[in-house]
Design a binder for this molecule. Structure first.
Ligand code: 5GP
Length: 196
């Protein structure tokens, strides 16, 4: 059984955002200043994108393997996002927390809800794009989506943005530098609070 009270001071930081909101960039910038935060590596059934590395960005698995992992209760949470399966490996998460390490979970709003049930003391941060139009432009310039997948992601984005009020903090990423500073100051403030 998970017991929040017995957990040393490792803090779970959940960051969610619609794709194209700039979350990946912000997470990378955050990790430069906070190299001790462990970024959980999710399992996914989606195919590997150019530039991604197996084991670093994701653990890429087959549908069958993912299903087995769900059956074996290997995920702290899992969800279907944009037609693919994603899950947070439980063992690595719990191992880090037990060592008192802070863990960053870059997961969607469904996964965040499950983590909220399991770890009510986790910190939840939502990154918002300034507008849907900006999001469309960012996704187009990223060129990782085909037209159908772009439309799915935009529709999903509108849906996901409705959840932002259940997060502890919402950062609007209009200006990357400002958003970066805001994110870092939230982490510093919350880390301090958790040590009191
Ligand atoms: P992408 O395919 O663009 O890397 O990620 C798509 C979405 O899946 C993002 O919102 C990302 O946060 C989410 N995601 C990545 N890993 C996980 C996970 O382990 N669990 C859940 N619930 N969502 C995840």
């Amino acid at each position: 059984m998970l017991n929040e009270k017995k957990q040393p001071r490792g803090m779970i930081i959940v960051i969610s955002a619609p794709s194209g909101a700039g979350k990946t960039t912000l997470v990378e910038l955050l990790r430069k200043d906070f190299p001790d935060i462990y970024r959980s590596v999710s399992c996914t059934t989606r195919s590997e994108r150019k530039g991604e590395a197996h084991g670093k960005d994701y653990i890429f698995v087959s549908d069958e393997k993912f299903k087995k992992m769900v059956e074996n209760n290997e995920f702290a949470e899992w969800a279907e996002v944009h037609g693919n399966m994603y899950g947070t490996p439980k063992a690595a998460l719990e191992e880090s927390l037990a060592k008192g390490k802070d863990v960053l979970l870059d997961i969607d709003v469904q996964g965040a809800e499950k983590i909220r049930e399991l770890y009510p003391n986790a910190l939840f941060i939502f990154i918002m794009p300034p507008s849907i139009e900006t999001l469309r432009k960012r996704l187009l310039s990223r060129q990782t989506e085909n037209k159908d997948s772009l439309e799915i992601r935009l529709k999903q984005a509108v849906n996901e943005m409705r959840y932002h009020s259940s997060y502890n903090y919402t950062i609007v990423n209009e200006d990357l530098k400002k958003a970066e500073l805001e994110l870092k100051s939230i982490i510093k403030k919350e880390k301090k609070k958790s040590l009191l």
